[in-house]
Design a protein around this ligand. Structure first.
Ligand code: UDP
Length: 502
């Protein structure tokens, strides 16, 4: 949730219950899980946070001194898995075409995870609940073997995840030649276009190994005691209702679960632009004049798209920007990356230095600090769900450039239903023209009717989100607070019931 409530921190009392949290090894999963862990800890629970050794090593720096989260390693050796390079424990060091192999390999964590739960039980600290990643459907079996309550935590939103889930289950694009089609069990999502399919989904066949993997995993969600969504009821009703209907299961939208600002997850990849430096630069810019550009923790665009984006930025003279630049697609990761070599000739001296219109941040920027600054007027994003929530929590409208997985549907719902997004491109093969891009950036950032309307709606969503996480002294509780209460109540109830049954 938004910055940790310091008063609550002081009031925090241990309640004697432990909750185990286990995210998939990717920044977009670890970050919201850590935020969830910090938030649940505020309610008095003791947290055991599980991951592979390299991720745990990085996480040690991210746990605030006020927190007593216990980090637990379970072994993982990527070299044991066919096609995975050595020492890979996070998608941020993995070529995108190996993501599914990596997801598949994570099933090998099951015996070590079982041992970890066994040890906790044996040592007299049986967890009240296991909260596991959306890719770890298999963990429900482990928890239930020990009579422990189990929940999936989806770091993706209901609508985007619902479309993605339904695509894998039904492969509707395989049953028609039409460029557009409906999802058979999620028709209220509207028309889906083939260009909104990630390459993995697009190429999927009924019985290929990826489809089998994804389907098995998704169906295991139904074995869980419920699904926590990093989402907000009013923002995401269509998608949340899909899961309620489909899984006949508890669905708790407890979001936005956002890491407190300034948390140093993954600073080691920063190129020297500290949050202070970014803020200092933003302080020198007028309100709403800066476009923030970032494609999440592991996506990148192609070299030609990078060129077109840079040209567009040069064209929109009254817009400033902070651009998180990554080596383009196909870049040899063993070589040294110099951003200026991939930008138009003279771009850095002209636009960045002389005009002082932009910051080029290599690899990783303090996204939350940037989005919280009043100088930021819009976010050009791949529409990863964390980015969407982080932006809308600050009332910043979106320019969507979805690239993978469920991001296409996050962009769709934000544009068609909520009205806070304009999509400009899809994926890494999209031939983007700098003029089109410049026109859309100008429309969103400038004084066009559409731009004003998007800002107004983004502000409404910001208020909607604030209401959802309100927990007033006077007794008012927002929908996300109530959902969290219900999740905890369900876990406590299961524990009580097991005691009585014994
Ligand atoms: N992030 C960041 N700095 C960056 C890129 C990403 O802090 O330069 C954080 C961002 O704030 C978000 C997460 O990484 O919390 C990315 O998650 P998201 O769901 O948006 O995308 P994913 O990385 O999963 O594709």
């Amino acid at each position: 949730m938004l910055p940790l409530n310091q008063t609550k921190m002081a009031e925090k009392k241990e309640n004697g219950h432990t909750i185990v949290m286990f995210p998939f090894m990717a920044q977009g999963h670890i970050i919201p899980f850590l935020a969830l862990a910090l938030q649940v800890e505020q309610r008095g629970f003791s947290i055991v946070f599980v991951n592979t050794p390299l991720n745990i090593q990085k996480l040690r720096k991210s746990i605030p001194p006020s927190s007593a989260i216990r980090l637990r390693e379970i072994p993982f050796n990527s070299s044991d898995h066919h096609r995975l390079p050595p020492n890979v424990e996070n998608t941020d060091v993995l070529p995108p075409h190996l993501i599914f192999t990596f997801i598949e390999s994570s099933i090998s964590l099951k015996p070590a995870f079982r041992d970890l739960i066994f040890d906790l039980v044996r040592d007299g600290d049986p967890p009240l609940a296991v909260v596991a990643d959306m890719f770890f459907g298999w963990s429900a079996e482990v928890a239930h073997e020990f009579g422990i309550f189990h929940a999936i935590f989806s770091s993706a939103g209901g609508f985007g995840m619902g479309c993605y889930f339904s695509l894998w289950l039904n492969l509707p694009h395989r049953k028609t030649n039409s460029p557009e089609f409906l999802l058979p069990d999620f028709q209220e999502a509207g028309q889906i276009h083939r260009t909104q399919l990630a390459p993995s989904v697009s190429a999927a066949e009924d019985n290929d190994s990826r489809s089998v993997l994804m389907r098995k995993n998704f169906w295991k969600w139904a074995d869980s005691d419920g699904v926590l969504f990093n989402s907000v009821e009013k923002l995401d009703e269509i998608g949340l209702d899909y899961f309620r209907r489909k899984l006949c299961q508890n669905v708790w939208p407890v979001g936005p679960i956002i890491l407190p600002r300034g948390n140093p997850v993954r600073v080691e990849k920063s190129n020297g632009f500290s949050p202070e430096k970014c803020i200092e630069w933003l302080d020198s810019k007028p309100p709403n004049s800066v476009l923030f550009i970032s494609f999440g923790s592991n996506n990148t665009i192609s070299a030609s798209q990078m060129m077109q984006l840079a040209k567009a930025l040069e064209q929109v003279m009254n817009t400033n920007f902070i651009w998180v630049v990554r080596p383009p697609l196909g870049f040899d990761i063993t070589a040294e990356f110099k951003a200026e070599e991939w930008l138009p000739e003279g771009f850095m001296p002209r636009v960045v230095e002389t005009q002082n219109r932009g910051l080029i941040v290599v690899q990783w920027a303090p996204q939350q600090d940037i989005l919280s600054h009043k100088a930021v007027g819009a976010f050009l994003t791949h529409c990863g769900w964390n980015s969407v929530l982080e932006s809308l929590s600050r009332g910043v409208p979106l320019i969507g450039w979805p690239m993978a997985a469920e991001q296409f549907f996050n962009a769709k719902v934000m544009e068609e239903e909520i009205g806070v997004c304009v999509e400009v491109a899809r994926g890494v093969d999209f031939e983007i023209a700098c003029d089109d891009l410049a026109e859309k950036i100008e429309m969103v950032m400038g004084e066009s009717e559409k731009g004003k309307e998007m800002r107004r709606k983004a502000d409404e969503v910001k208020k909607m989100i604030r209401d959802a996480i309100r927990d007033d002294e006077g007794g008012f509780k927002g929908s996300s607070v109530v959902a969290m209460d219900e999740f905890i109540h369900a876990a406590l109830l299961k524990k009580e019931k097991i005691h009585i049954d014994m």
